[in-house]
Design a protein around this ligand. Structure first.
Ligand SMILES: [Zn+2]
Length: 339
């Protein structure tokens, strides 16, 4: 008996030490795996749907859900900012669907979209459908979604107001909030079009932008230019007031006259005149032109300064030489006088 007890105690101690070491090892391994997700166990399947205040998100595949989780998480905050900008307090709920291919995009929309379509907000189907192209980053998708969220917020306006918003105004407001980059994709220069007298009228985009991508891109850019002009000239409160008047029965044109004193056509004339300038053409075609000019000027400063310094020094040398020569001829007598 006297020999068995220390034997059992010894084994118990050894077993405890073994347990402790296993515990520590498991902890270390799981910590390492937590920081290296690709090397760990296969991740649990991404949620096909996530619910929020307003939107239910769904994805064509699980990778999209993981890739766009940050974009989806930010959507409600962005929508609240947009609602605050337009003073909208009614909330409309719906679905946001992210898909990978044109077939799914088109079947979700229930129509064949023009080639330049990338995302659509549909009031009647209560949905926003985003086609995530392989080359598009999550940041680009976020911009696209934020653009669609402006359409969504405008769907939440009282019917009297939202039904009287021309399509170009819908797009102009959405582009002011989040430019989806259409003008860049199709190399649109509004100033070039204005110079060549090819700038379409805003009212030609009242109900549709058409199938032709370049013309649609010009329409988006022009609508954005117009809305930005109004917003810069009259401030952030203008559209709140205009929509309030529209909810009370005024048309957009009447509401604009009420709050600014000028109609759409009068404002459009000013915008078109501003665009009709070669200076603006250079700015639009060479957006880095001015930056380059500034860099060149800054780069030249030391050379010009050095040249001026050398020129001054040369003049000084000539003057000094002439002085010395005069001193040599007359200086002797002066020196004697001073002594
Ligand atoms: Zn849009």
């Amino acid at each position: 008996m006297g020999e068995i007890l220390p034997f059992i105690c010894g084994w118990a101690l050894l077993f405890n030490t073994y347990l402790l070491i296993t515990l520590i090892a498991t902890h270390i391994i799981s910590t390492i795996l937590a920081f290296m997700p690709c090397m760990g166990q296969p991740q649990p399947l991404a949620l096909q749907q996530q619910s929020g205040d307003t939107f239910t998100f769904s994805y064509q595949d699980e990778n999209l859900a993981t890739e766009l989780s940050l974009v989806a998480n930010a959507a409600h905050d962005r929508l609240d900012e947009i609602r605050a900008f337009f003073a909208i307090d009614n909330k409309k709920s719906g679905d946001i669907y992210f898909c990978r291919d044109i077939e799914t995009f088109s079947s979700k929309l229930q129509f064949e979209p023009p080639v330049w379509y990338n995302a659509v907000a549909q009031q009647d189907l209560n949905q926003i459908v985003v086609w995530v192209k392989p080359e598009q980053s999550p940041a680009q998708i976020a911009k696209l979604l934020n653009h669609e969220l402006v359409h969504w917020a405008l769907f939440e306006l009282p019917p009297q107001a939202r039904e009287k918003i021309p399509l170009w105004l819908h797009e102009g407001l959405a582009e002011m909030w989040s430019d989806r980059g259409l003008a860049e994709t199709y190399n649109v220069s509004l100033a070039w079009e204005a110079k060549h007298n090819n700038l379409p009228r805003l009212n030609s985009y009242n109900t549709a932008f058409g199938n032709e991508p370049y013309r649609a891109a010009v329409g988006y850019a022009l609508a954005k230019e117009f809305v930005l002009f109004l917003n810069n000239k009259y401030g952030d409160e203008l559209f709140k007031q205009v929509f309030k008047s529209m909810a009370a029965g005024r048309s957009f044109d009447q509401a604009l006259v009420d709050h600014t004193g000028f109609s759409v056509v009068s404002h459009e004339k000013i915008v078109r005149a501003n665009l009709n300038s070669w200076w603006r053409v250079i700015q639009e075609m060479y957006p880095h032109f001015f930056f380059l000019v500034v860099i060149i000027i800054l780069g030249l400063v030391p050379f010009v300064a050095a040249r001026r310094r050398r020129h001054k020094q040369a003049l000084h040398d000539v003057w000094q030489r002439e002085e010395d020569e005069v001193d040599l001829m007359t200086g002797h007598g002066d020196n004697i006088g001073n002594e």
